[in-house]
Write a protein that binds this ligand. Sequence first.
Ligand SMILES: [Zn+2]
Ligand SMILES: [Zn+2]
Length: 354
Amino acid sequence: MKVAQIIEPNKPLKISEIDTPTPTGKQVLVKVKAVGVCHSDLHLWEGGYDTGDGFMKVTDRGVRFPVIPGHEIVGTVAQIGDSVEGIRVGDDVLVYPWIGCGSCPTCEKGDTNLCEAPQSLGVFQDGGYAEYSLIPDYKFLAKISGIDLEGAASLACSGLTAYTAVKKAILNSPENILIVGAGGLGLMAVQITKALSNANIICADLDDERLNKAKEFGADNIINTNAIGYGQPEASKNIMSICNEKGPDSIIDFVNAPPTVKLDLSVIRKRGNIVLVGLFGGSIDLSLVTIPLKAITIQGAYTGNYNDMIELLDLAKRGVIKPIISKHYSLDEVNNALEDLKNRKIVGRSVINP
Ligand SMILES: [Zn+2]
Ligand SMILES: [Zn+2]
C-alpha cells in the first residue's frame, strides 16, 4: 500500500510502498476514503510547539519518526481480525484516534484522550495518510450513515474539540457566552452552542467575513476586534456593554494567544469559566488576586472521549453542524496539502483522498 511518512521534522514527507498489514484479533483494516489535514499534523511535521518560553519537542512527548500522520480518518472496513464483533467488511466508519494505554484509571473511565501514555493514531502510531490504516481495536470505530462521509472526518478532531469545549462552557448555564476566534472550530462551536444552550452568543474575531458566517450560524452578537485590537480596553468595553456590564459567564478561546487571553480575563464574569482551546502558544502575566476574588475557573479542552464523538455524530445527523470540506488532495500531493494549510490557504477543512 502507498503511504506518506514524516521521516524527520521540516523535511518533505516521503511517499513509499509498504506491505499492507493483515488484521488479527480485535484489529480492523480500514480502506481510507478521506483523511483530514489538521493543524496538529503541522505541529507534528514541524517537530513541536512554541510554549512561550521555549520549544516543546514532540519527540520528548513520545513521538518517534518515521511516522504516518493523519488522525481524522473515514473509510470502509476492508478486513477484520477473528475477535471483531459488530463491525463487518464494507461498513463505513469514522475512526476514534485518541487511543490511550488502555489500563490506567483515566483510560478505564473512558477518557483515553487524556491518558498519560497516549497512543493516538497519526501521532504516536501510524495514522491515515495511507491507502489503508490498521486500527488496533474495533471499539475505536463508529459506524456512520446518513451524513457526508468526508465531512465526518473532522468530527474525530476539530469537531470533537469544539464539542467538548462547548460542553464544559455551558455547564454553568451561561447567560452570555463569548466565543473567541471564528475559524473552523469557532464556527462549529457557535452551531453547537446554539443547539445545546439558550445563552446569548457573542463571537469575536479579526475578520468580517468569518464574523458574518458566525452570525449566519447563530451568533447573536459579533465583534470585530481588528480595528480595536484584542488587548485594547475598547474591545472589553464593547463586550461588557453587550452583557449588561456583568461580563460573559463562559468564554471559549479558540485562539489562546496572549492578546485574546488578556481580553478573556478582563471581561470574565464573577464565578466565570474560561475554556482555553487554541494551540497558538505564548505566555501572559496573570493577576493572581483576581482569580480568588472573582472565583473564576480557567481550564483546557483537548479533543474528547469516544462517547463524546458518538454524541457529536448524532448532532451531525440532525444537521446541527455541517462540516465543510473545501479542498481535496491525492496522497502524492501531501506536501502541498500541508504547505497550503501552513500558508493559511484553507478555509474550513481540507482532506487527502489516498
Ligand atoms: Zn491510559
Ligand atoms: Zn486534528
